[in-house]
Design a protein. Structure first.
Length: 430
């Protein structure tokens, strides 16, 4: 069943998933290049981005790192971010083995990590059991655990309870996550915060995004991480809003550039087709990069477009740095929401939808702090964004609230790193 699901997902997503490759089953042609690495498992793109500050801290501490993934997008992001460490043979990437006893045992015996770190909610019973038998301490870090996840875990019975009981340390994002994890069977649970607050803001994309916005002299609204179904709703809402503004002779229609960024690359062409069918003029981000985003031709093309289609990966810092308002999608359908912390850290006022269970505590905190607002649907979100653009004082207040909120919640990575170092010392003392 797992192999069928992986095969279907790979066909839909595209890319080289290597579903039936040796490493997926725990077979490796060469010895491990790493010695007692800290193993960090970041299943997909979101978890890889969340793990980035921890992996960087481990490398700076002197650890070798084994970084595993289940998806192509997660692996590609890890390769991009840690290219230097990979070239220096300090970090290696590998597919996460299928959670069957044989692949799990072979993976653990091959790499012999000193400590294993699972990011957010990736608890795999057979892999954890294999690590326990090999006396490798396992950690769940930046853990989030919803009511839905708790119900699923309890329905799974003893298998999942043993997996949670086997974890040496659990670092929860919030108290509510910690309480639910304890009900699932985890012990040694502490609240350390969310890794996403510890993001690095030194990315050159940020400076480029701000330079583009300044040169363009149009207000930019980004619709980030739109999922299938949401993107179509946003295209309809954009069509309606632009028609309404232009019928009123409202000059704001020409002063705004909307950036629509699909969550998954397989949606790029579908969204482009939707925009074309709707008669919306658009420019692809890839074309902008090809022209040189600050060149005369790129800026002229940008002025002539209503929408900038985000058909690239790993560039959310660019979009958030360039925008005046960020609509964080994945929350206007039953998808659980997407991370809004990065947008707040870059001073972008945030609008989210009603479905935010994956980031519920962060969303509630951001709303309470005045850094974010909630809208019921894409049309209402676009209307709220336009209203914010007309209220510079409120816009400025939300920017400052987001920056202060993020600054107050940093430190999760340092707390988890200290715990990993302690576990390593304990293992060496045995």
């Amino acid at each position: 069943m797992l192999l069928a699901w992986m095969g279907l997902r790979a066909r839909r997503a595209g890319g080289h998933w290597e579903v039936m490759s040796g490493p997926r089953f725990g077979y490796y042609p060469e010895p491990s290049p790493l010695r007692a690495p800290v193993w960090v498992h970041a299943v997909s793109l979101g978890e890889t981005r969340a793990a980035e500050p921890l992996v960087q801290a481990l490398l700076e501490h002197g650890n070798d790192v084994l970084l595993t993934h289940m998806t192509v997008t997660g692996r590609a992001e890890g390769a991009r971010v840690f290219a230097r460490a990979i070239a220096e043979n300090r970090l290696a990437q590998q597919w996460f083995p299928y959670d069957f006893p044989g692949p799990a045992r072979r993976f653990v015996n091959h790499y012999r990590p000193g400590v294993g770190v699972l990011i957010e909610r990736e608890v795999w019973p057979n892999v954890i059991a294999a690590a326990r038998r090999a006396r490798i301490p396992m950690v769940l870090a930046s853990a989030r655990f919803s009511d839905h996840a708790l119900r699923q875990s309890l329905r799974s019975g003893r298998v999942m309870r043993e997996a949670y009981e086997s974890l040496q340390a659990v670092y929860a994002q919030a108290l509510s996550d910690a309480q639910r994890l304890e009900q699932a069977g985890a012990s040694a649970v502490r609240v350390s915060g969310n890794f996403k607050f510890d993001i690095s803001l030194s990315d050159p994309k940020i400076a480029r995004g701000r330079a583009y916005a300044a040169a363009l002299a149009r207000k930019i609204v980004v619709i980030a991480s739109a999922r299938e179904g949401e993107d179509e709703s946003f295209v309809r809402a954009l069509t309606h809003q632009m028609r309404r503004l232009r019928s009123q002779g409202y000059e704001q229609a020409e002063q705004i550039l909307f950036c629509l960024v699909p969550r998954h690359p397989q949606r790029f062409e579908a969204v482009a087709a939707m925009l074309s069918a709707a008669g919306i003029t658009f420019l692809r981000r890839s074309e902008l990069v090809r022209m040189g985003e600050l060149s005369t031709s790129a800026l002229e093309a940008s002025v002539g477009a209503t929408v900038l289609l985000g058909d690239s990966l790993g560039e959310m810092p660019w979009y958030y740095a360039a925008c005046k308002v960020a609509i964080v999608a994945g929350s206007f359908g039953p998808f659980g929401g997407q991370n809004l912390i990065e947008a707040c850290a870059l001073g972008a006022p945030v609008i989210v939808g009603p479905h935010t269970r994956n980031f519920e505590q962060a969303v509630l905190d951001a709303i309470e702090e005045g850094a974010a607002i909630r809208a019921p649907d894409p049309a209402a979100a676009l209307q709220a964004a336009l209203q914010l653009l007309d209220e510079p004082q409120r816009l400025s207040s939300m920017e400052e609230a987001g920056l202060h909120w993020v600054q107050r919640h940093t430190g999760a990575v340092a707390r988890v790193l200290a715990g990993i170092v302690e576990l390593e010392r304990g293992e060496r003392a045995r």
